[in-house]
Design a protein around this ligand. Structure first.
Ligand code: NAG
Ligand code: NAG
Ligand code: NAG
Ligand code: NAG
Ligand code: NAG
Ligand code: NAG
Ligand code: NAG
Length: 804
């Protein structure tokens, strides 16, 4: 974990050092930093500047010739420029300026496990455990998925355009020409590629849509990769790789670089271009670190996404990898689809086999210390096979012939015992480690597992068995060194075997990748959790999708990632909400191409109301604790690949809903008029924009905070019929409600029947929540409308607490 932590630190230290000099201010040029000047809506004629925008820019540029970093003019107005703090303050007061804020550095949402940029997360391309067998996406020609990420490796077979028709004529994007990228790298699959100039903070300049990290290539192939047969990770997870929407086109916006992270000013520039280019879906597997959650006015993703959605583009973002801490979800604005990560039914299993040559009696004591004598004898007769997780291509004996030792017992004299048991560098005795398999704890985050591996290897150890419950669920890559991760429950067996045996022996088996693992899906431990804090009255995350051990395309020359003696991998296995997000982007693209007129919110509703709540054991999907997952873990549930194509009814979230949200966030009507041109006649902010009104936003889920059992609470929702068209019988229908309410909460829906006669019909209902006794904890349930053919389900969360 250390490498990741170092990476976050380098990001945050950039961020902090940056904030520092903005605080200390001063006109000294070297203290200037990049600021984003956000000015709301774009000019009405495309690509020209609003007058106030043009004036502000020209007055700045006459004073500071090279200050401009990006100019935003297609989807919204504003710019990024190198400014002193004083200049930033003064610009913030100019007419037409909505907010001015230091350019933040955002992070990729790969898991925090192992070495961040090298052993990242993985997304499963072809297998969604709960999906129906039919692909939803073969005929989704025409949808264009824009991806903001690290770039793309265009030579990957996943981006072949064999099955693709001509590039849609409405496409207005471009294929960048850079030192290692040009128009010949685009085709009928990759139809656009742009990259963004890094700012003056960068030490190493790199400016190309070509992916140097792998993350963007992985994400792009997961969202819209073509079907490729016979792919694997060196034989593991072998099968057919296929994006969520193989018929879709990909446009890559390279906003992150290995040395500079993902800058907010580049992200806004990419949103601006993508709006003008004509993408249908935007997919962002990145965001602010959860401890730096920006306010709406300073959040480049929320601002860019707002304008994208106003232009009819659905924006799908990862929820973050800061779970399981409650309230850690990011990218939670109500116009964004926020995606949590779940496991799939494939395991990367590397087992530990313990020797059984000795039959030994172990006394295991039960009960409190005072009853020490209440014990019983346990016998070890035969080989014990402990299931471990991790990817290694070990080539050692498959029978347990290697001495195994707990690292604590190998402590070097003078070293700290904690360091020793965690296999930290310079803490273990070479003479003891040599020739042995070493069991290591992973209870401090000072060193990454790969560093522990390197230390044991250096001392002549044969292999490593790492104890870590969280990482046990997410495969890490260990190359050819025998290493695996086991749970603490299994570790007790291993350690007691070591303790009770005179010459304990073991071996570590090379990895296999069995499928049909049960239960699956589960919510991944790292997946960021609700409740949202901006505010709690929008339930987030929205949906869960596969984000653990996902096989997808990789850059073609990653010699560092390649296990010793092997060619660089063309497909790689990584994990994170980064990998979950493009699964949903792909499904959104398919829904969009089948229903070109549907709004972004209708598509989101279709995805959420058809989600799945049960796992492959026909039980509730669980979280990392093994208990039933709540909407704070998985939103509406695990995404279905077929359900969203035919949702029956949808919740349309209107511009008025979003404007009300802006009112709640402190914008007055005059500012809102500057943020969007798209204001319905007569719209005003409610006099008292209480948080309670946010619950009334016509969202496909319901969240209530500050619940008072005496007063109760009522919320309204409106459904729109999207079945059939006005000629078919499918559209003429009656839905009835069923309610799943938690104990202690009374939930009523009026009316309990909704009638629709044609496509486009709308019908409203009201939900009343009441209780006799105060709620001790946040409680959850759901409301489902069904007509025998379609089920339209909305989860709800009710909390007596205020915003966290
Ligand atoms: C809205 O924009 C106009 C024109 O630039 C400006 O005069 C006005 O001050 C802006 N309103 C707010 C609240 O920023
Ligand atoms: C899968 O597709 C086939 C052919 O289009 C169709 O007959 C079948 O009903 C579909 N199955 C499901 C589960 O949708
Ligand atoms: C584009 O790049 C390829 C190699 O990637 C090169 O062969 C070709 O000459 C380049 N074309 C142009 C116009 O620069
Ligand atoms: C197409 O892109 C150009 C700039 O690249 C822009 O000026 C123009 O407005 C765009 N057209 C549309 C229809 O968005
Ligand atoms: C192993 O034995 C030591 C000393 O007898 C004891 O402190 C320790 O708790 C034992 N560990 C296990 C896992 O049984
Ligand atoms: C991979 O290829 C890129 C572009 O051709 C190059 O800049 C980079 O140095 C290569 N990386 C390695 C590890 O060879
Ligand atoms: C909610 O619905 C009820 C009953 O239809 C209606 O009386 C009330 O005005 C609605 N409230 C809002 C805020 O729309």
């Amino acid at each position: 974990m250390k490498a990741l932590i170092t990476f976050i630190f380098s990001l945050t230290s950039l961020f902090f050092s940056f904030s520092l000099f903005t605080e200390t201010g001063g006109a000294a040029a070297e203290k200037d930093g990049v600021y984003i000047v956000y000015m709301g809506a774009a000019a009405s004629s495309k690509g020209s500047l609003r007058d106030d925008h043009a004036q502000l820019l020209s007055s700045l540029l006459t004073r500071k010739k090279n200050a401009l970093v990006h100019n935003y003019k297609y989807g919204f107005s504003g710019f990024a420029a190198i400014l002193s703090e004083e200049e930033a303050h003064s610009i913030a007061k100019r007419p037409g300026v909505v907010s001015v804020f230091p350019d933040p550095v955002l992070e990729l949402h790969t898991t925090r496990s192992w070495d961040f940029l090298k052993y990242q997360t993985s997304v499963e391309v072809e297998s969604n455990p709960n999906s129906d067998s039919n692909s939803t996406s073969q005929d989704s020609d025409g949808a264009i998925i824009g991806i903001l990420d690290t770039g793309i490796w265009p030579e990957s077979e996943s981006f072949n355009d064999k099955a693709m028709g001509p590039v849609p004529s409405r496409w207005n994007g471009t294929c960048a020409r850079e030192q290692d990228f040009n128009a010949s790298n685009c085709n009928k699959k990759i139809i656009g590629a742009r990259s963004y100039d890094v700012d003056q903070r960068s030490i190493i300049k790199y400016h190309s849509p070509r992916d140097m990290i792998g993350h963007g290539t992985h994400v792009a192939s997961t969202a819209g990769g073509s079907e490729v047969q016979g792919v694997s990770y060196y034989g593991l997870a072998a099968g057919t790789a296929k994006g969520g929407s193989p018929g879709s086109r990909i446009a890559m916006y390279a906003v992150c670089s290995p040395h500079n992270g993902c800058s907010g000013s580049s992200i806004l520039a990419a949103f601006d271009d993508a709006i003008s280019d004509g993408v249908d879906v935007l997919s962002l597997s990145l965001g602010a670190p959860s401890f730096l959650k920006p306010e709406l006015a300073n959040d480049p993703i929320a601002l860019g996404a707002f304008h994208a959605v106003q232009h009819g583009i659905i924006v799908v973002c990862s929820a973050g990898n800061a779970g399981p801490t409650p309230g850690s979800v990011v990218n939670a604005a109500p116009w964004i689809v926020t995606v949590a990560a779940s496991t799939i039914d494939r395991d990367f299993e590397s087992d530990v086999v313990l020797g059984g040559n000795k039959v030994i009696k172990v006394m295991i004591f039960f009960g409190p210390l005072s009853c020490l004598l209440v014990g019983r004898f346990r016998h070890f007769y035969s080989l014990t096979d402990i299931q471990g997780e991790g990817i290694n291509f070990a080539d050692i004996q498959k029978t347990p012939t290697y001495p195994i030792i707990y690292a604590k017992s190998a402590k070097k004299s003078g070293a700290d015992e904690n360091d020793a048991r965690n296999c930290n560098p310079d803490s273990m005795d070479q003479g003891i480690i040599k020739g042995k398999i070493v069991v290591c704890d992973n209870e401090d985050s000072l060193y990454a597992p790969s560093e522990k591996k390197d230390e044991v290897k250096k001392l002549g150890g044969i292999g490593v068995v790492l104890i870590d419950d969280e990482s046990r669920t997410v495969a890490s890559t260990f190359g050819i060194f025998p290493m695996t991760v086991i749970s603490s429950k299994d570790a007790a067996k291993v350690l007691s075997y070591i303790n009770s045996t005179k010459n304990p022996v073991a071996t570590i088996l090379p990895t296999t990748s069995p499928t049909k693992y049960k239960p699956a899906p589960n919510i991944a431990y790292f997946s960021s959790r609700g409740p949202s804090t901006i505010p709690k009255n929008i339930l987030k995350p929205d949906i869960a999708a596969p984000g653990v051990n996902i096989l997808a395309a990789w850059i073609g020359n990653d010699t560092v990632e390649a296990p010793e003696g092997k060619e660089p991998p063309l497909y790689n296995v990584i994990s994170g909400t980064s990998m979950a997000c493009p699964h949903v982007s792909g499904i959104a693209a398919t829904v969009k191409s089948r229903n070109p007129k549907w709004s972004p919110s209708a598509i989101r509703s279709a995805i959420m109301t058809t989600a799945i709540q049960i796992n492959n054991l026909k039980a509730s999907i669980t979280n990392e604790k093994g208990t039933a997952a709540t909407p704070y873990d998985l939103g509406a549930g695990e995404v279905s690949t077929t359900g969203p194509l035919q949702p029956g009814l949808v919740y349309e979230t209107t511009t008025i809903d979003y404007l009300n949200f802006l009112c709640y966030n402190g914008y007055d009507i005059s500012t809102i008029k500057n943020i969007t041109n798209n204001i319905p006649d007569g719209f005003t902010c409610p006099k008292e924009s209480s948080i309670d009104l946010i619950s009334n936003i016509n969202y496909p889920s319901i969240a209530i905070s500050n619940f008072n059992e005496k007063a109760g609470r009522k919320v309204n929702r409106t459904l729109t019929n999207v079945a059939g068209d006005d000629k078919t019988e499918d559209a003429k229908t009656v839905y009835t409600v069923s309610i799943d309410a938690p104990a202690g909460l009374d939930v009523r829906v009026v009316p309990d029947k909704l009638q629709f006669t044609k496509n486009g019909d709308k019908s409203s209902y009201q939900v009343s929540f009441s209780a006799v006794n105060p709620l001790k904890n946040d409680v959850f349930g759901s409301i489902t409308w069904s007509n025998g053919k379609y089920k339209v389900r909305s989860p709800f969360a009710v909390s007596s607490k205020n915003d966290d």
